[in-house]
Design a protein around this ligand. Structure first.
Ligand SMILES: Cc1cc2nc3c(=O)[nH]c(=O)nc-3n(C[C@H](O)[C@H](O)[C@H](O)COP(=O)(O)O)c2cc1C
Length: 210
């Protein structure tokens, strides 16, 4: 089952999606994480973020809606505290998932992970629908997505994957713009927009309506 992802060898292609697996080590009590092909970290921003008010998830017939709002302790603490906890239980490939609210923020956060030997791949999330004025603004327009791609590529040595949103008119144009700007890979897709109404209250269940 061995495969490669942007030049990095993985023992197999199984990798939990960012945000569904914490920083990985939280799951170590359930099974040996070293069976995985790679681990994608919870989305990280330059500064710490508290995330959205609860409730942040709602089950529905089709699966699960989420609006977490990029809760994370900020890149410095992810590198200093979370990654060492993961490394205590896992020796495989780690992919850092990066979000931002400006070009500078994407670049600075990507640079910090680029300098961290425990991270092999960088995933740039230009597709989070769950924060106001967030990364999604970069991922709905080909020019802006290309701008982030080029700026991050110029700043780092590690492979850069662009994570795109399904909530756009033409994902192909955005994918091609990222490719032309130097993306090493694409990750499809981020969270779908949706709403679950609680029939008892007539109100949406998830607090942040996306
Ligand atoms: C609870 C939750 C948190 C998530 N957090 C992130 C995140 O921090 N960064 C990111 O790029 N995607 C995040 N996602 C999106 C997933 O990584 C994935 O792209 C999305 O769920 C679509 O895949 P699926 O259809 O297999 O669920 C999150 C998804 C869920 C359900």
């Amino acid at each position: 089952m061995e495969t490669t992802l942007c030049g990095v060898t993985l023992p197999n292609p199984v990798m939990p999606a960012s945000g569904t697996f914490g920083f990985g080590y939280e799951m170590a009590r359930f099974y040996d994480l070293n069976q995985l092909g790679a681990i994608s970290l919870k989305g990280t921003t330059r500064e710490a973020r508290f995330g959205n008010p609860t409730p942040r998830i709602a089950e529905c017939r089709e699966g699960l809606l989420n609006a977490i709002g990029l809760q994370n302790p900020g890149v410095a603490r992810v590198i200093a505290e979370e990654i060492p906890k993961l490394r205590a239980v896992y020796g495989g490939v780690v992919l850092a998932n990066i979000s931002g609210f400006s070009l500078e923020e994407y670049v600075e956060t990507a640079r910090a992970f680029d300098a961290c030997d425990d991270v092999q791949l960088l995933e740039i999330n230009v597709s989070c629908p769950n924060v106001k004025h967030g990364g999604m603004a970069f991922g709905t327009c080909p020019e802006a997505a290309a701008e982030v791609t080029a700026a991050v590529k110029k700043a780092v040595r590690k492979p850069v994957i662009l994570k795109l949103s399904p909530n756009v008119t033409d994902i192909v144009a955005i994918a091609k713009a990222c490719e032309s700007a130097g993306a090493d890979g694409l990750c499809l897709i981020n969270t779908m927009l949706g709403m679950v109404i609680d029939p008892r209250t007539g109100r949406p269940i998830v607090s942040t309506k996306t």
